[in-house]
Design a protein around this ligand. Sequence first.
Ligand code: DGY
Length: 325
Amino acid sequence: MPRERLSVVVTRRLPEVVETRLSELFDVRLREDDTPMTRDELIAATREADVLVPTLSDTLDASLLGQVGDRLKLIANYGAGVDHIDVATARQRGILVSNTPGVLTDDTADMTMALILAVTRRLPEGMAVMQRGEWAGWSPTAFLGGRLGGRRLGILGMGRIGQAVARRARAFGMQIHYHNRHRLRPEIEEELEATYWESLDQMVARMDVISVNCPSTPSTFHLMNARRLKLMKPTAVIVNTSRGEVIDENALTRMIRAGEIAGAGLDVYEHGTEVNPRLRQLPNVVLLPHMGSATVEGRIEMGEKVIINIKTFEDGHRPPDQVVP
Ligand code: DGY
């Protein structure tokens, strides 16, 4: 007798090829419009699904996971970060969690470099002048930024993405420094020509550019708090393509306004879409709408990873990208 197909509920619109492939393989309920599900919709979805495919816009906390149906056995997250999922509670309830690491590394690292360049070379200011039709011609003293070559880049979080940033930044002639929970193996440090700082405070105080590339966990919350931001050189800039909660956004805003930090490039925010309005008014701040992994290729590959995780689970094995609390 043919095996009954797994019931899969997808909480957001995904790239069409991914949705088509999912529909060929499983009994799938797709989202009709590109809005996040409400909490009630999410709970209802978990009651009719063997597998839920959420994204970072769905908060699957302990209280929600306490209300899911017995049927739910796998949360196959479409995305690498799982800070929106209480993985420990899911485990207690016998629900596996998987994610999509690796396939968005290069895209996010590219975007990190884009932000570093945009802030240090004052791209938004130049663009604004062109868009307003106010350019009066080349000038020896206009729009002077900083040269990346020779500058010290301090990477906070040296996982896959941090290392990919390091490789790119080296090609721009930057000096690579990093702080991480664990020191990298000597051969990787050597390949990246990266200097390890056990003390984050000491690293922060000496860098020209800080790049936040660590995940959001209770121990990284406000790692860049007001005290640490104050350690930065007034000429230094900070970029974040990871998660907003790592930086105290209000403190950062205050310090940039006061000229105590030279600028920032942010793709993520402490309170989701509620971006501090004062940040939006600063010319030396580049703000993007969480588009670090937004390439056609990356988003399709994320879908392929989700499918492999579900298929492997369906075949009775642990998903290759299982997240363990
Ligand atoms: C992720 O997958 O966690 C990324 O932040 C999405 O861009």
